[in-house]
Design a protein. Structure first.
Length: 231
């Protein structure tokens, strides 16, 4: 195998060329590194600007949303207060109406009990009055029958007395042919007797009817309570 021998001059030249090559490579690396750093700085600056822009936009939107929410909360609070006042007023009115209705019901129940008692008393009095009127009617019918019998009896007795009077006058005339007939009064005032009886009976029953009318007028009227609607 052959061995190539180099002279010192050739080695020196070769080393010098290698050094130049290293210098060029180092300069190229530094240049690329500088460009990369500049690119990173630009990217960082652009990113920071974008972040600031987004932050400003988000802040404005958040502030607008917060203002809108505050306005809505104020409107909602006003509406809630108005509804609360309305509900409170309605509650008070309902409580008053319930109290009035309860009082009216109590009064109505009390009056109903009183009216029931009055109706019972009035019904009892009316029943007694009707019974008394019925008895009066029965008495009047019986009295009318008695008066009719009395009239017939008095008429028969009067007729009998008239016949007797005629016979007596005839007998006296025969015994005293030249004397005037002796007048005998055998007549009975049938109509007068009947009128007197009717007058007494009428006064009696008129007094009883007056008493009944006073009793009917004395009945207490039944007052039905009326509950007026509240305005």
């Amino acid at each position: 195998m052959d061995v190539v021998e180099s002279s010192p001059e050739a080695v020196a030249v070769s080393l010098e060329g290698f050094g130049e090559s290293l210098k060029f490579s180092r300069h190229s690396c530094l240049s690329q590194a500088s460009r990369l750093v500049n690119a990173l700085v630009d990217t960082k600056r652009n990113f920071a600007e974008q972040v600031q822009a987004i932050s400003r936009s988000s802040t404005i939107e958040v502030q607008q949303m917060a203002a809108s929410v505050r306005n809505q909360m104020q409107v909602l609070t006003h509406d809630v207060n108005a509804v609360d006042k309305t509900v409170g007023a309605i509650d008070v009115e309902l409580r008053n109406q319930v109290a009035e209705a309860s009082t009216a019901i109590s009064v109505l129940l009390r009056d109903q009990s009183r009216i029931s008692d009055e109706v019972k008393h009035w019904s009892d009095d009316t029943r007694r009055i009707l019974e008394e009127l019925y008895h009066i009617q029965q008495s009047l019918e019986a009295l009318q029958a008695d008066i009719k019998l009395l009239r017939n009896d008095v008429a028969a007795q009067s007729k009998k007395r008239n016949n007797t009077q005629t016979q007596v006058e005839a007998d006296l005339s025969l015994r005293r042919p030249f004397a005037h007939p002796v007048p005998l009064s055998w007549e009975v005032d049938v109509h007068g007797i009947a009128a007197a009886i009717a007058r007494d009976v009428s006064e009696h029953f008129e007094q009883r009817f007056d008493d009944i009318v006073e009793r009917v007028q004395g009945l207490e009227p039944i007052m039905v309570p009326v509950i007026l609607p509240s305005h």
